[in-house]
Design a protein around this ligand. Structure first.
Ligand SMILES: Cc1cc2nc3c(=O)[nH]c(=O)nc-3n(C[C@H](O)[C@H](O)[C@H](O)COP(=O)(O)OP(=O)(O)OC[C@H]3O[C@@H](n4cnc5c(N)ncnc54)[C@H](O)[C@@H]3O)c2cc1C
Length: 321
């Protein structure tokens, strides 16, 4: 019998939001005939309960304290292998996080299976997983299938939407006590410097590109972002020039954002940038070039020098009160 296993992670003691995105993907595969949705997360049974509401049919918690404070590949492999063996899971979903990037290939190596990294879409075809992922530096998309019986996939956070929590769902949480010997010791973690709303969580994102012409221009983008209660992002070209921190880069090799409103200022709309923001509900382009891909892909566009548009926009918003 086939089953789907979601590998969950914690963020400051609670289940990380991307775990719920994986659960939503697992739920739709399950509804298409992929088998029951199992979820495994480090923690205790109270942590595990929340996963039912997100779409899990069965929840397993890896209870060893070490896994809750220092999640390393070697330590987490034995409980994961245990759950795969006991559930017969043939699809394993992992988030493309700092941990998932290491864990996916390590798990695949252990199971003599294949892993497809950084996928953006999943479907079932004849009962087998088919995944979509970017290739040729984001210029094209590839559909991949697995030759191995276990199909392992990593998915970038924010690529998929989580389901609305269903509080009527509950169940038994199974405890898994195994833990592997950690060969890596985490000496410390450092939070990326960010003030205000996190880029990934913002409902409004104002991003700037190389067309701004100077790093100081990010000042007025931040002012606009603050007025709209949003966050400021940047294209890779702007980050590579040292105009804005790489932690705020949007795109294929940066963050994925899905805000209600994405204002792209002086960004041409290269496929690699679009890969990180095309899921935005409303895209507004401010660009001098009406033929640019960003203008063509936007819902609204202002074809003008941003130096005229942004101060006028800020003024108008301030007048609104
Ligand atoms: C493997 C790979 C991964 C990549 N990953 C990413 C990624 O994650 N994110 C990303 O962004 N890019 C990524 N890139 C780079 C990407 O291909 C583009 O080079 C980059 O997105 C271009 O940035 P830009 O739009 O800011 O600059 P440009 O392409 O130079 O565009 C500048 C825009 O500004 C407009 N403009 C100029 N002056 C003004 C003005 N005064 N007022 C209004 N508009 C003006 C121009 O009309 C133009 O459209 C990647 C590339 C590769 C090969």
């Amino acid at each position: 019998m086939s089953a789907i296993l979601v590998i969950g992670e914690l963020n400051e003691g609670v289940v990380a939001s991307h775990t719920f995105e994986l659960l939503a993907a697992a739920r739709s595969l399950s509804d298409a005939g992929g088998g029951d949705v199992h979820a495994l997360v480090p923690g205790d049974s109270s942590v595990g309960q929340s996963l039912f509401g997100g779409g899990a049919d069965a929840v397993h918690v890896a209870t060893n304290q070490l896994l809750q404070t220092e999640l390393t590949v070697d330590a987490f492999l034995p409980p994961v292998l245990n759950v795969i063996e006991n559930t017969g899971a043939d699809i394993v979903l992992i988030a493309q996080t700092a941990f998932g990037r290491d864990f996916g290939p390590a798990l695949a190596f252990n199971l003599k299976a294949a892993v497809a990294m950084e996928c953006t879409g999943l479907t079932l075809d004849g009962g087998r997983l088919q995944a979509t992922r970017a290739c040729y530096g984001g210029s094209a998309r590839a559909e991949v299938k697995w030759g191995s019986s276990v199909q392992i996939v990593t998915i970038k956070p924010k690529t998929l939407d989580a389901l609305a929590t269903d509080d009527s769902r509950s169940g038994e949480v199974t405890e898994v006590s195994e833990v592997g010997e950690a060969r890596v010791k985490i000496l410390g973690t450092e939070k990326a410097e960010a003030t205000g709303i996190r880029l990934e969580d913002a409902e409004v994102v104002v991003s700037g590109g190389r067309g701004l012409g100077e790093p100081e221009a990010f000042g007025i983008l931040e002012e606009l972002g603050n007025l709209l209660n949003g966050a400021t992002g940047a294209s890779r070209a702007a980050c590579d020039l040292g105009w804005y921190p790489p932690s705020q880069q949007v795109g294929l090799t940066g963050k994925t954002v899905t805000p209600n409103l994405y204002i792209a200022v002086a960004i041409s709309g290269a496929s690699q940038h679009m890969a990180g923001m095309s899921g935005s509900k409303n895209i507004v382009a401010i660009n001098r070039d009406e033929d640019s891909n960003m203008v063509q892909s936007s819902r609204f566009a202002v074809i003008e020098d941003y130096k005229k548009v942004i101060p006028a926009l800020i003024e108008e918003i301030k007048n609104l009160g």
